[in-house]
Write a protein that binds this ligand. Structure first.
Ligand code: PBG
Length: 326
């Protein structure tokens, strides 16, 4: 037999030299949840192993991540101060702004802070935009979303990541950042974000479930793939520097298609429900958690993602360092 595929599977070293997908901890992003108060480090019951911090304790979480080899973080805010416009989201002393200032003061350029820009964590109705006549009004939302992004940039974040799915928000954010001297702050847009049941544990963790209706008028319908390309190309034309597909596991085909259609980095967000499913199955000894974490993460990169946002970022970085993956 001339061709024997098994030759390249004979031992660990030959398997490792033949790998098609190469990974680095540099491509990992770990999400952090920060809430109002002080001295807080509390477990998130819907996402076993994840924690909520207050601005004065979050540095401890970052130190642990740095030890594991992760240097990029996404910051989500949790507040009890909610109103119709999500004002606490763009307040100069909001939780996210405080956390950014504290972390940047301590870690400076050793870490990269990417701030999630959205209104849902800060609005009384829990929607990602402003309500007018019982509807989520696109154009009036843009001003507030852009203000939120600007307040993060002023606090010192390295990148902003709008996750609201309003039309035209990349343009609005880009313009406001530029007008204020932040022309070098990149935008990672959640360009193809689907309306998904996989966000359940996250909404529980931050208390951002919509008080009426759902997010189907702004997040995408999961039957669609071409529409993801439409969304992604629009964001690219508006100046997005990195585009994201979210969730990841049920959308590997979308990640693949998007990566073929853009000439900028593609990020994938392996969301709370993907994490919680593995945790739940592992807690019942139905699966091997470590192996399943490795296999699912590699599948997301294999599909075409260049950057992975994952609640397993620390464990994945260690798996990469050990050579179990990558
Ligand atoms: C805010 C936002 C959500 C997530 C990230 N940013 C929730 C949502 O859209 O309801 C989900 C993240 C996760 O599930 O891990 N708009």
């Amino acid at each position: 037999m001339d061709i024997r595929p098994r030759r390249l599977r004979e031992n660990n070293l030959i398997r490792r030299i033949s790998r098609e997908t190469r990974l680095s901890p540099d491509s990992l992003v770990l999400p952090f949840f920060v809430r109002e108060g002080s001295g807080i480090i509390e477990d998130i019951s819907s996402m076993v192993g994840q924690k909520r911090y207050s601005p004065d304790t979050i540095a401890r979480g970052v130190e642990e991540a740095l030890e594991a080899g992760v240097r990029s973080f996404m910051i989500f805010g949790i507040t009890e101060n909610k109103d119709e416009f999500g004002s606490s989201g763009f307040h100069s002393h909001g939780v996210v702004q405080e956390a950014i200032r504290t972390l940047k003061k301590q870690f400076s350029q050793d870490i990269q802070l990417i701030s999630d820009v959205c209104l849902c964590e800060y609005t009384s109705h829990g929607h990602c935009g402003i309500i007018k006549d019982q509807k989520i009004d696109n154009d009036s939302s843009l001003e507030y979303i852009a203000k939120t992004a600007l307040s993060h940039a002023i606090a010192g974040c390295d990148m902003v990541a709008p996750s609201d799915m309003m039309d035209g928000r990349v343009t609005s954010i880009r313009n406001l950042l530029d007008q204020n001297g932040f022309e070098n702050i990149p935008i990672m847009s959640y360009a193809a974000k689907y309306s998904s049941s996989f966000y359940g544990p996250f909404r529980e963790a931050v208390g951002s479930a919509p008080q009426f209706g759902d997010r189907q008028t702004y997040q995408m319908d999961y039957h669609n793939k071409k529409e993801a390309i439409k969304e992604v190309l629009l964001d690219v034309s508006e100046g997005a520097d990195i585009v994201m597909v979210k969730p990841a596991l049920s959308y590997l085909d979308v990640i693949c298609e998007v990566s073929k259609n853009v000439n900028i980095p593609v990020a994938a967000y392996s969301v709370s429900g993907e994490y919680a499913l593995i945790k739940a199955a592992a807690s019942q000894n139905l699966v091997d958690e470590y192996k399943m974490m490795c296999e699912t993460a590699v599948s997301i990169y294999r599909a075409g993602a260049n950057i992975l946002v994952s609640y397993y970022a620390k464990e994945l970085a260690q798996a990469m360092r050990r050579g179990d993956i990558g």
